[in-house]
Design a binder for this molecule. Structure first.
Ligand code: ZN
Length: 421
């Protein structure tokens, strides 16, 4: 790390690093797993307990806490005279994967709380309110879809269209949401989303780049686009012992040759295209029967929509070439366009980082985030901190405390600059 030059802000003067780490470790006890990870899925009693804990910290700090019909949490500092201006917002999510880590989402919420509280305590001269937010159900591991709270905020989702969704145990989303809201009965409910002047989400990188390059901050310029497809290959069941190979329509052989040919065709010398076959199911699934139907999924990601389009065409061509005597179809299940974050927000994250003397690089997020959804309507940006070996969505997820503290300081300084325009 470079030494900050005199006259420039220092990380430990902007926020209380010890308080940040203590809160993160306290929060990690809610839904703690025996293996060191966290299981705090959306709209569970653990999720409700995490919200209560965070609301308590915010209220102790003199911040105004509110919720909304989908359970998003708003922790607000509005300096006198600036109450009616559109706020600068920062936040992430408190829910985790079933076998998740202690930092994914939680870091962005607690860092935002630390930044907002510190701006209040340091009496920063602000012309806008600053708000820390926890968005409901980012992960989507219990109730589909994920990024639920942020989608609600940008009007892409109404509660009536999701309230009858069931979790794997048959619990209705509407009932789980009502229970979550009932756990904090004193919180005022913000009925309508309010316009946001700017938003910055802090998050662990969930990838290996910052750690490998020994950098403290990733200035995130956008989020790569994604397409999910399901390929179905249909042949004919036959007896494995009696049917000559030349007479078969073997869906398994066709599908496996497709997967290998697709990996070759989509190989990217720059290693930017992400091509993954994560599920491969053969039917009828008997050892002594030729498979008549194989389905497999494709998860395809890239920061450039044109590359996604070209790669999709390649997939269509390769699947047709390798189908042989089998029939096939390709179903596009989900398509998310790449997101480019707001240039002014990105620049502010970059300048706050360099003025703090922290080594950084610009990068594109490999994973989806609430900020990518909110960017559909509001100016958004993100700041990443390194995590160990790039591991996330896993109990062993971890990061250096010094990096977590530095990231929260960058967040505080970024919010201060954006809220004093
Ligand atoms: Zn996350």
């Amino acid at each position: 790390m470079t030494t900050p030059s005199p006259g420039k802000p220092r990380a430990d003067a902007l926020i209380d690093g010890e308080r940040l780490i203590t809160r993160l470790r306290t929060l990690a006890r809610i839904g703690a797993r025996a293996d060191g990870g966290v299981n705090r899925q959306a709209l569970t009693p653990e999720d409700a307990a995490a919200r209560k804990l965070v609301v308590g910290w915010a209220q102790e700090a003199g911040l105004a806490a509110e919720t909304d019909p989908i359970g998003n949490l708003y922790l607000r500092h509005a300096p006198a005279g600036a109450e009616n201006a559109e706020p600068i917002v920062s936040g992430s999510h408190l829910d985790s994967q079933p076998a998740g880590g202690w930092l994914d989402g939680a870091y962005g919420v607690i860092a935002a709380l630390e930044a907002v509280q510190s701006l209040k305590e340091n009496r920063a001269a602000l012309s806008r309110p600053v708000e820390a937010v926890a968005w409901t159900n980012e992960e989507g591991s219990r109730f589909i879809p994920g990024v639920m709270g942020s989608s609600f905020y940008v009007d892409r989702l109404s509660i009536s269209e999701i309230e009858d969704k069931l979790d794997p145990d048959g619990v209705r989303l509407g009932d789980a949401l009502a229970e979550l809201l009932a756990a904090t009965p004193d919180l005022p409910v913000r009925e309508q989303p309010r316009p946001i002047a700017g938003l910055v989400e802090a998050h662990i990188e969930q990838g290996p780049i910052l750690e490998a390059e020994r950098l403290t901050i990733g200035v995130v310029e956008g989020v790569q686009g994604m397409r999910w497809m399901e390929i179905t290959v249909r042949g004919r069941t036959d007896h494995a012992g009696t049917t000559p190979l030349r007479q078969r329509r073997d869906a398994m052989l066709a599908a496996t040759s497709m997967v290998q040919a697709l990996a070759d065709a989509l190989d990217d010398p720059d290693d930017i295209i992400r091509f993954t076959v994560g599920r491969f199911i053969a039917r009828p699934g008997a050892p002594n029967t030729v498979a008549d139907e194989v389905t497999f999924t494709i998860d395809l990601r890239h920061p450039d929509e044109h590359v996604l389009e070209r790669s999709t065409e390649t997939i269509g061509r390769v699947v047709a070439e390798k189908a042989g005597d089998c029939d096939f179809d390709i179903a596009l299940q989900e398509a998310l366009k790449p997101v480019r974050f707001d240039e002014r927000i990105v620049e502010t994250v970059a300048s706050a980082t360099s003025d703090l003397g922290l080594p950084a690089r610009r990068m594109v997020s490999g994973a989806g985030h609430d900020a990518a959804v909110l960017a559909q309507r509001y100016p958004c940006g993100m700041a990443f901190v390194p995590c160990h070996k790039g591991i996330s969505h896993h109990p062993s997820e971890n990061a250096d405390e010094a990096d977590l503290i530095a990231g929260a300081a960058v967040l505080a300084e970024t919010l201060r600059r954006l809220a004093s325009d």
